[in-house]
Design a protein around this ligand. Structure first.
Ligand code: ATR
Length: 491
């Protein structure tokens, strides 16, 4: 666990709090107040965990900008006066690949402090990983570390391929940023000596490079139980900032005692995700924004629902083929019927806001339920095409559509991402029908679930409408995915 507190006491408190989730801590001296930096030497004796000493320079993603002379001095102070009790010394020290001060290195080695020899590239991938690690092990007993920023999942795949073959010595490999996330959770696949996490109190400092907190890596991703037999599943999307799907699926595996893991594979390109997942042996994926339609091109087989709907949210790998399913339709139907509580939609007028991948499954379901639908979309051509397919009405999503909305107002289903992650009051930015005044009789179903009350839901509820978010739909479509992935019932 990386410690980025301003004082040693602050860091000690964090170590105590997360003690049972971690095996090793990294004291980032570059985050300490200047006067505290002088006393870094004391830190190992203040905690009961082995500790890495790191003073990261700004060029390598750290905060230290005091120059190499000052940094060398700090290393000297922190490593000097070794205690006969080894637990009171730093167990590891992180020296960058271009830091070579023989006296400091000799001191570290004489006191039994293991050297992590690190190379960071904050903007570009490193490709010749194995060769570079071999060269970095100058003394033959250092632990080489390479951390880089991938440009695509193929850069991450290269790290997996190289790391998989590196079994001769301890090393640390990580791909940073949202694309690199699988390399942190699947560190055992690259034979990595450790993976870095950050306490939630300091996560803002390291979130952009892909750290998660120690509780999440243990309780949600079961990091220490991952092995070569673990069956891998996941979710493909971009930017996929927040998703509750790992909670749903991993809980299911836990309940059924399956050695399986579900994690996010973020990429703006579905083709990139698919080739990465094929190579590392992923057996099934949930597919979300913006890939639900583009994934169709890569499917070897489509279920009848996928063919009819024209969008796919679930893919399963069988016999080297991707099979596509759509569980959005049935998940939506189950959640909607619970919400309607007996109200039948046959011949009722319903508005659907949006015409993307999720809307396609919803419109298909509303057709099956006998509703009369009007589709409202920013790009009116997309709405027209969908409406034509089902014999429904359509309208451009703009203040001019108010009377149409009024007419189709038994139920309003919101399918765009406009209110996602938006906590503020309703505005043209976060409420796709900000110009529409609710009468209070409409039922409003928003498929967004984060936040749990979206700006449009809040406004509708104040007007007296019955409202529902997308969490139940997410759960129900997830339960069906679970069945497709594992062959077992979730509930
Ligand atoms: P999903 O697969 O989850 O449905 P999608 O296919 O990317 O995601 O569809 C997103 C939907 O949200 C589309 O209807 C999109 O409208 P356009 O077809 O005009 O792109 C709609 N959408 C996204 N951002 C929007 C915005 N700022 N205002 C209005 N509609 C928006």
């Amino acid at each position: 666990m990386t410690l980025t507190g301003k004082t040693l006491d602050e860091d000690v408190k964090l170590v105590k709090k997360y003690e049972k989730y971690i095996d090793l801590v990294e004291l980032r001296v570059d985050y300490l107040n200047e006067d505290e930096q002088l006393y870094a030497r004391r830190f190992p004796s203040m905690i009961y965990q082995p500790c890495i000493l790191t003073i990261r320079r700004d060029v390598d993603g750290g905060l230290f900008s005091g120059g190499e002379f000052a940094r060398t001095n700090l290393f000297g102070r922190a490593l000097a006066f070794a205690n006969p009790d080894k637990a009171k010394n730093f167990a590891f020290v992180d020296f960058e690949d271009d830091f070579h001060i023989p006296s400091i290195q000799d001191a570290a080695m004489a006191f039994g402090v293991r050297i992590i020899r690190s190379y960071h590239n904050m903007t570009d991938p490193v490709l010749n990983i194995r060769e570079r690690c071999d060269i970095m092990r100058k003394t033959g007993y250092e632990i080489p570390k390479i951390a880089f920023m991938p440009h695509s999942l193929s850069d991450v795949l290269n790290l997996f391929k190289e790391g998989e073959r590196m079994t001769q010595y301890d090393h640390i490999l990580c791909a940073m940023g949202p694309l690199g996330f699988p390399s942190r959770i699947l560190a055992s696949y690259t034979n990595s000596f450790l993976t870095y996490v950050s306490p939630s109190e300091g996560i803002e400092h390291t979130k952009s490079i892909g750290h998660i907190d120690p509780i999440m890596i243990n309780d949600l991703y079961h990091f220490k139980s991952i092995n070569q037999d673990t069956q891998l599943y996941g979710i493909s999307g971009w930017p996929l900032v927040k998703t509750s799907s790992p909670e749903i699926h991993n809980k299911g595996y836990e309940n059924k005692a399956l050695n399986a893991l579900y994690l996010p594979f973020r990429s703006p390109l579905i083709s990139d995700t698919l080739s990465f997942c094929e190579k590392i042996g992923v057996r099934g994926l949930s597919v979300t924004i913006p890939h639900k339609e583009s994934v169709l091109y890569y499917l070897h087989e489509q279920s009848p629902e996928v063919a009819q709907i024209g969008a796919c949210n679930t893919i399963v790998r069988k016999n080297n083929k991707w099979l596509g399913y759509n569980t959005d339709a049935t998940g939506f139907r189950r959640a909607l019927e619970e919400f309607l509580g007996g109200v039948k939609l046959k011949h009722k007028k319903v508005s659907v806001i949006g015409a993307g991948g999720a809307a396609k499954a919803i419109i298909y379901t509303l057709k099956l339920m006998g509703a009369k639908v009007c589709i409202f979309n920013r790009t009116v051509e997309t709405a027209a095409k969908l409406a034509d397919k089902y014999g429904f009405s359509y309208c451009e999503l703009s203040p001019h559509c108010v009377s149409k909305l009024n007419e189709y107002s038994t139920l309003i289903v919101q399918t765009t991402s406009v209110g996602m992650n938006s906590e503020g009051p309703s505005s043209s930015e976060n409420d796709p029908i900000y110009f529409y005044d609710f009468k209070g009789s409409e039922m409003v179903f928003d498929i967004v679930y984060e936040p749990s009350v979206t700006p449009i839901m809040k406004r509708a509820a104040i007007a007296g409408c019955k409202v529902c978010n997308g969490y139940k739909m997410l759960e129900y479509q997830g339960f069906e995915q679970f069945k497709l992935f594992t062959g077992l019932d979730y509930e």
